[in-house]
Ligand binder design. Sequence first.
Ligand code: HEM
Length: 411
Amino acid sequence: MDDWVVLWEWVMIAVRWTHVITAMAWIGSSFYFIALDLGLRRDVPLPPGANGEEWQVHGGGFYHIQKYLVAPASLPEHLIWFKWESYTTWMSGFAMLVLVYYMGAQFFLIDPAVMDLSVWQAVAISMGSLAFGWIAYTTICRVFVNANQTAVMVALFALLVAMSWFYVHVFSGRAAMLHLGAFTASIMSGNVFFIIMPNQRIVVADLKAGRTPDAKYGKIAKQRSTHNNYLTLPVIFLMLSNHYPLIFATPYNWVIASLVFLMGVTIRHWFNTRHAKKGSPHWTWAVTALLFLIIAWLSTAPMTHPQEDSKLEGPALVYASAKGFDDVVTIIQGRCSMWHAREPAYEGIHWAPKGVVLETPSDIAREARRIYVQAGITHAMPPANLSYIEPQERAAIVKWFRGAGMAGIDG
Ligand code: HEM
């Protein structure tokens, strides 16, 4: 393969695919066990030590599940652990963070108009913030383990709001929203890796040694698992936010992200109450709808855009200096800028699609790789070739981009 960009795109596709699959597996099994746990029946004859049971029908068979709250009297011969769904989600998510935001830091992570960071400073803040998140969160849980659990959730919410504000003041809007998602998801994976699994291993070791396991391990694991349950939906929202500039490129993005955490609670509360057969608290949908409307309204504030003539460095500077750049600027300004503008001139388009602005030469140099992939080697852009880009114009984009590659850009 002589084209590193094509190879690079396929690496991204493979890792993103893996990440979404593992995330589905984790969240799917997590939702399943939460619903199972809440729906267990205790009003039926149960074997000694059992805390509840459920009959389920699925895929042509019947399942009979019984829960032993602390542990069964002896260790079963076959025990299935659920942990790799979480670990692989974190590992593939971190790989995405490296591929998209660390290796493309100058394009996606750093916005000099927000904070003029070097790549290494930005990467250090990113990694440090994830580690800080776990330490801060687990300290809150340890200090308040026996306190009112609602107070713990409020403290956690305050931490998330603070981080939301922090991220939008150091990174680009897109990176800020994604980091808040990664911060939260890392807490969730930390719960599995540092708390839930080790506690379960202690219980298993006790069983093997013939000791009676302490119920406190199960209690702590349950607290963490409940937090994970309420954090899941906001994480998915934040992970998807990179597609929608209305979420990440508006001045109130950090308020929007904070409110999304409340929607995570109201939506899960409805399902959790239903699964526990304690009724249908429909008011939660009214609150969710209200929060959603507030979020949509906040997003109507004028968009924030990259500075028109922000200084070019690194790869963007090489693309701007490469042979054929002036022609490419003319092509892009003629065929794409009517949509991809700070204030689009195309009827029915109110903001630059995906927040990608292609107005000035600096904008175009910064988006070189995406232009090459979307309008050079593929025909994804313009959609349905609405602006009649010519084959020779696509060829000019390809020639310019590859020429810049030969001039020294390799990744
Ligand atoms: C509960 C756990 C998680 C879930 C459910 C989840 C879900 C997702 C989904 C569905 C996407 C695809 C977005 C899209 O392309 O449309 C995504 C992207 C991504 N995720 Fe996660 N994720 C989780 C954890 C993590 C973690 C722990 C990290 C980092 C440490 C992470 C980093 C990323 C990155 C960098 C992207 C690419 C975003 C972009 O292109 O701007 N994720 N995630």
